[in-house]
Ligand binder design. Structure first.
Ligand code: PAF
Length: 258
């Protein structure tokens, strides 16, 4: 795997790649787990080459302590990427990503006004802005996102269409532990007791019952419920266990966990 710290050097290489070579891209914030690995595998299967970025994007954290506590596991991440068979890894610095001082932003004013957008002011502006920048750098044919962050996937897909960017945005299924808990970088921060509660959150959230019943069961468990809501054909949830915020969602007609 070739690692690029210098984006000018990467852009030079990118220009030399044959135009008929299909390039898949998976943007990440590192602290990689099986959920990410499934995105790399899918990109490797679909494309001639795969590029992954590791960049902990400060502008999408609405709480400074969340950014500070985000796990930084670069060595393990590079090992996982190499084992997975990823071809290129981009490691841009904050200085390079935000040479403009974050004066230019991508702001969505419709679909981002609910769920995570309401709960985390500024979050999606940070996500869309950094993804736009990363797509401009990587110049992929396809980019891969997890279903776990479904609202993020929808916003990125629609941004790419709105700005006539010729990139296929693909969504890959949520990867779950045996308990049904979705893999997330935040799971590593749960204490063993919180972990058990998180497993129960997954079970309760997937029960075939109303949002109100789910909220009541979760609250009885001692979980702080941010929201459990149905939007179109999907159910979404965000909860806080201790100080760890977890999100999940699933299609209402296709249950992936009993
Ligand atoms: O899903 C994530 O890890 C991030 O939101 C992303 C898409 C890499 C942008 O920083």
């Amino acid at each position: 795997m070739r690692i690029y710290h210098d984006m000018t050097e990467w852009s030079r290489l990118r220009q030399t790649l044959p135009s008929d070579l299909s390039l898949g891209f998976v943007p990440t914030m590192g602290n990689l787990h099986r959920g990410h690995a499934s995105l790399f595998q899918r990109s490797i299967k679909d494309n001639d080459a795969t590029v992954v970025s590791l960049f902990i994007n400060p502008t999408q954290f609405n709480r400074a302590d969340d950014f500070t506590h985000y796990p930084r596991t670069l060595e393990d991440d590079l090992e996982l990427l190499t084992q997975a068979g990823v071809d290129y890894c981009l490691l841009p610095t904050e200085q390079v990503m935000y040479t403009d001082g974050y004066h230019y932003q991508i702001q969505e004013n419709h679909q981002s006004q609910c769920l995570e957008g309401t709960a985390r002011p500024g979050h999606f502006t940070g996500v869309l802005t950094v993804v736009m920048k990363l797509l401009q750098l990587a110049k992929p044919h396809r980019a891969y996102f997890g279903e776990k962050d479904y609202q993020q996937f929808q916003l990125i897909r629609d941004m790419v269409n709105a700005f006539f960017m010729n990139i296929d945005i693909e969504v890959c299924p949520t990867i779950r532990e045996t308990s049904g808990l979705a893999y997330s970088s935040r799971n590593n921060r749960l204490t063993p007791e919180q972990r058990q509660i998180a497993d129960q959150f997954a079970t309760i959230f997937h029960k075939d019952q109303s949002c109100e019943h789910t909220i009541a069961e979760l609250e009885a468990l001692g979980v702080t419920v941010n929201y459990v809501e149905d939007h179109r054909d999907r159910r979404f949830a965000a909860v806080t266990i201790g100080d760890i915020r977890l999100i999940d969602n699933y299609a209402l007609n296709v249950r992936d966990v009993a």
